[in-house]
Each structure stands twice: as C-alpha cells, then as structure tokens.
Design a protein around this ligand. Structure first.
Ligand SMILES: NC(=O)c1ccc[n+]([C@@H]2O[C@H](COP(=O)([O-])OP(=O)(O)OC[C@H]3O[C@@H](n4cnc5c(N)ncnc54)[C@H](OP(=O)(O)O)[C@@H]3O)[C@@H](O)[C@H]2O)c1
Length: 255
C-alpha cells in the first residue's frame, strides 16, 4: 500500500490538524474538506460564534471530528495559546494551515494609520510566525504546513499595502520552515488564491471589480472556497510528500 494510505481510504485518517479562521470562507472550506478526509480538526475564529457553531454542526452531521475555539489573533498571546490548547486537545500536531486574515477597507499607502498596520501585521503575519515557531518545536515528524497567501504578492494592487506586506512575509517564513523542517519529513508550502467568493472578497470589492476578476480567469468565474480547499487537502495529504517550499497559485489561471 502506498505510504500514508489507509485501508479505510481516508487519506488523513488518524491525523490531527489546526486551521486558523475556519468559521467562514476558504478556512471553512478547508476545515470541511480535511474532516471529510478523516482528520481531527481544531479551528479558531475571531468573533463569529454562530458561523463557527454551524461548521461544527455540519461536520458532526457528516460524521467528522471537529472542535472550534475562539482566539482573536490580534491579541499578543493568542496564537501561542491556540497552539498549546490545540496540541493538548488533539493529542499532537500533524497539520497546520495558516489561513486567517483580517479584513480592512482598502486604504492608500499615504493614509494607512499605525493602528491599521499593526492589526493587519498581528493577524496576518505575527500569528503565523508564532504558529510556525510552535510547529517547528512540537509538530510530529512527517507533518504538513500550508500557509495561505494571495496572488497579490506577485500581482500588486492599490490600497492593500499592509496586507501585501504581511503576505510576502509569511511566504518567506514558510520557505524557511520548509528548509529547516524537511529533515524531519515535514513539508511547508504556500497556497496563493486568486479572487475567491467569500465575505472578505465581497466586503472589499465593488461588484464590477468582481466581474472583472471573474473575466480575468480562463475559466471565466470567481473561485469557490472549495476550489482552494481541495488544493490545500492535496498538499497536506500523502500524495504531496515530495513537494515542499512551493507556492501553488490556486487562481483559476490568473497569473
Ligand atoms: N477571498 C479571496 O479572494 C482571497 C484571495 C487571496 C487570498 N485570500 C486569503 O485566503 C484566506 C481566507 O480568506 P477568506 O476570503 O476566506 O476570508 P473571510 O471570509 O473574511 O474569513 C476570514 C476568517 O479568518 C478569521 N479571522 C479574521 N480575523 C481574525 C482574527 N483577528 N483572529 C482570528 N481569526 C480571524 C475569521 O473569523 P470570524 O468569522 O470570527 O471573523 C474567518 O474565519 C486569507 O488568508 C486571505 O488573505 C483570500
């Protein structure tokens, strides 16, 4: 039987996973897919209790194992506490998906206030650093790390300076993790979505921008959370064992 396969056919049976920002959008899609593949998943969210409960109910109805915890990653020690509690709850760490990002009104570089910069950096960058550091110390050998970035690190857009900066930084952190942790069989990769139909996208773009984004894809539509989640599921599964330090652009062909 190929390495990592189980007789039950679920590629992630017996694996544990932490997913940040699992209550909505792409993170929810990732939680649902990893649970379907047999992983025991713990996800966090910032404030959407009802949405998080809905994910837990849905996954539970489908026979999956999932747990939600509220941790606002802008708080200085939240990322560390999340990892500690997740490790204790799950009994070890096999998979980490850094997905959460904070939404903000697009703001020209000249007008970015320090508070906005700090909030974006805390959620989108500092928490990823802390969680990668925790994984470097505690993740089981053969583990999997996926960091969700964005096409915007190669396709710059106005108004998103702190976001683009944080995403550039977490890509680099992930590549360093790939170099450092490979010796233990741990892979670390980046998935960079293009325009994906979520609250974040709809809340920060007018309808005409969404139409334009859909038209830019050879496939002629916006991405769905499941389009990205399926790529993440491949990268954390056994078939991606020989891929590390890569950036997979899940953009529907927009380059
Ligand atoms: N959608 C796109 O077009 C697109 C394109 C490129 C990259 N991405 C990336 O894909 C990832 C997911 O984006 P999305 O569109 O799915 O976003 P979303 O729909 O806004 O969902 C964001 C998730 O992150 C959580 N979150 C936000 N701020 C947080 C904080 N301070 N502490 C803890 N959790 C927090 C939210 O929790 P609550 O529900 O509690 O708020 C929610 O679960 C992000 O990394 C984003 O940069 C998205």
């Amino acid at each position: 039987m190929p390495e990592g396969r189980t007789l039950k056919g679920k590629t992630l049976e017996g694996k544990t996973a932490v997913v940040t920002g699992g209550s909505r959008g792409i993170g929810r899609g990732i939680v649902e897919r990893l649970c379907r593949d047999g992983a025991h998943v713990l996800f966090n969210y910032a404030s959407s209790h009802a949405a998080a409960e809905d994910v837990v109910r849905q996954v539970g109805d489908d026979g999956g194992k999932v747990r939600a915890m509220q941790f606002d990653l802008t708080e200085p020690d939240a990322a560390e506490r999340l990892m500690r509690e997740a490790e204790a709850e799950l009994g070890g760490l096999d998979i980490l998906v850094n997905n959460a990002a904070t939404a903000f009104v697009p703001t020209p570089l000249a007008d970015v206030e320090p508070d906005l910069f700090d909030r974006v950096m805390a959620t989108d960058m500092r928490s990823v650093f802390v969680m990668l550091q925790y994984a470097a110390r505690r993740m089981r050998d053969g583990g999997r790390i996926v960091t969700v970035s964005t096409l915007n690190t190669v396709h710059a857009a106005p108004g998103i300076a702190p976001y683009a900066a944080s995403k550039g930084a977490i890509e680099q952190l992930t590549y360093v993790a790939a170099r450092e942790l490979g010796v233990r069989g741990i892979t670390a990769n980046v998935v960079s979505p293009g325009a994906t139909d979520t609250d974040l996208l709809r809340g920060t773009n007018p309808p005409e921008a969404l139409e334009m984004a859909a038209a830019m894809s050879p496939l002629g539509r916006l991405g769905e959370p499941s389009d990205v989640a399926d790529v993440v599921a491949f990268l954390v599964g056994p078939d991606a064992r020989w891929l590390t330090g890569q950036n997979v652009r899940a953009t529907g062909g927009i380059t």
